[in-house]
Write a protein that binds this ligand. Structure first.
Ligand SMILES: Cc1cc2nc3c(=O)[nH]c(=O)nc-3n(C[C@H](O)[C@H](O)[C@H](O)COP(=O)(O)OP(=O)(O)OC[C@H]3O[C@@H](n4cnc5c(N)ncnc54)[C@H](O)[C@@H]3O)c2cc1C
Length: 441
């Protein structure tokens, strides 16, 4: 199961901390930074390494465009942070403030975007619906029919492989302890309150634990008797060779999405498709997901086969995954859907005929952690004193990372956040207050 063996480093594990953060993706790393900056003694642990999962595999879009209205106040506040983030972290994050441009020739897609535009009209966004001519002006190399576009000039994109590590490094500089290859085994409670955490390397006494373990968060919460209907969807991405300039915007077309990286290569993906490799846990969550799957504006292909068999095997009591369910697979093998990426390349070449030869230099996939209402849990639930949760970002949490860090710092230090957080409370699932998602990935 492991590619990084858990090797206890002598004295690496502090005996106590003000807060232990489980999961060093962008949410855990940004939170560690802001909490360390606020003077907390922070320990950040990851069963694998910093940004091992989604946070290094994302496309890198930083957008308010087509975002769930509940997330818009957070994202607007977050964009302020993004603008100064390279200076704040003193690191090149490949931040490109080139906007987000979505283009379609499909009436239903255009109508969906127009509806979002109308719904968010009073929220102070700079998003604009574009006519075919206005869209073509922004995309001079594009050929083929266009029905219209949606453009948000204040959006942008950045390099995921750089952002979480930069937060982690600055957190370290401020005194946070970052332990890689150190999984959380169990959160300890006494009298209902968090009193510590058992890690693979030893116990840490603390009265606060934050769970930001991406698609594994539900496993850790389950150990506390908390049910979170979290699932995952596999999404594939490729990096191309260096290509001619098309646009600085993060681009979504009908069958291809891309953003230009700093070196001139593109991150490219099919804008419309993801994969669900069915396991028993997916089946268990069917009552929560059948409708979002059917309604999904993006296509989801269901696969049954090897992952289901592997899942069965991992449930055998002698397997590490069964003995340490919170850790489960340390580095899951997540294979890209190669044919889909080839199709995305073909669409790019067809829609931008001047682009020349497009080759795939690298390809990967990530498990997007989804929740049935398409928005995350950001909470310090009062019925679980000492527990903080930041998870379930449904394919758009890279962009939110910096503001999530600040919000979680406010929750950890008992400060009132001035942002509306009610929609992100954990209890909505127990209350049955679960809205239709805009997108679960
Ligand atoms: C292909 C792809 C494209 C995407 N594109 C975008 C995009 O363009 N824009 C955008 O905003 N978002 C995008 N996203 C979504 C975004 O990447 C995620 O929402 C975000 O990175 C989630 O961060 P996280 O910190 O919550 O989780 P993760 O980055 O998944 O980190 C969770 C960490 O927890 C660790 N962990 C798990 N269990 C344990 C344990 N028991 N003990 C210790 N550690 C543990 C894991 O090893 C992992 O490092 C994309 C995601 C994917 C996969």
């Amino acid at each position: 199961m492991t590619s990084i063996p858990a090797q206890p480093a002598p004295n690496a594990v502090p005996a106590s901390a003000d807060i232990v953060i489980v999961g060093a993706g962008i949410q855990g790393c940004a939170s560690a930074y802001y909490m360390a900056r606020a003077g907390l003694k922070v320990v950040l642990i990851d069963k694998s390494r910093v940004a091992a999962q989604q946070s290094s595999r994302a496309w890198g879009f930083v957008r308010v465009q087509m975002r769930d209205p509940d997330e818009i106040p957070l994202m607007q506040a977050c964009k302020e942070i993004w603008r100064g983030l390279e200076a704040e972290l003193n690191t090149d994050l490949e931040w490109n403030p080139g906007g987000a441009l979505y283009v379609t020739n499909r009436p239903a897609t255009m109508a969906y975007r127009e509806k979002w535009f109308q719904d968010t009209r009073d929220m102070g966004l700079d998003s604009k619906l574009l006519s075919p001519a206005e869209t073509a002006n922004l995309l001079p190399g594009h050929s083929g029919p266009i029905l219209g576009g949606l453009f948000t000039a204040s959006d942008g994109h950045a390099e995921p492989r750089k952002v979480a590590p930069a937060f982690a490094q600055r957190a370290r500089d401020l005194g946070a302890v970052v332990l890689e290859g150190c999984g959380a085994v169990e959160i300890e409670r006494a009298g209902g309150k968090v009193v510590g955490i058992v890690t693979e390397w030893g116990r840490i006494k603390t009265d606060k634990v934050m769970v930001s373990a991406g698609a594994s968060s539900w496993r850790i919460l389950k150990g506390l008797g908390i049910f979170l209907p979290q699932s995952h969807i596999r999404a594939s991405v490729a990096r191309t060779n260096i290509l001619p300039h098309l646009t600085d915007a993060a681009f979504v077309g009908d069958n291809v999405a891309f953003r230009k990286r700093k070196d001139g290569s593109f991150n490219i993906a099919s804008s419309l498709h993801g994969d669900v490799d069915l396991t028993l846990d997916h089946l268990r969550l069917t009552p929560w997901y059948w409708k979002p799957y059917l309604d999904s504006k993006k296509g989801i292909d269901l696969h049954i086969g090897a992952p289901m068999l592997r899942d069965f095997a991992q449930r055998m009591p002698w397997r590490d995954e069964a003995k340490f369910p919170a850790i489960h697979e340390r580095e899951p093998q997540i294979l890209p859907q190669q044919q889909r990426l080839k199709n995305a390349v073909s669409v790019l070449q067809r829609d931008f005929p001047g682009i020349g030869r497009v080759g795939i230099a690298e390809q990967w996939a990530g498990n997007i952690d989804s929740l049935p209402d398409g928005i995350p849990v950001l909470d310090a639930p009062s019925d679980h004193p000492g527990l903080l949760i930041a998870t379930g970002f449904c394919g758009h949490g890279f962009a939110l990372g910096p503001i999530v860090g600040r919000v979680m710092c406010d929750l950890a230090t008992g400060k009132n956040s001035n942002l509306p957080l009610r929609a992100f409370r954990l209890s909505r699932y127990a209350e049955g207050d679960v809205k239709q998602p805009m997108s679960i990935w």
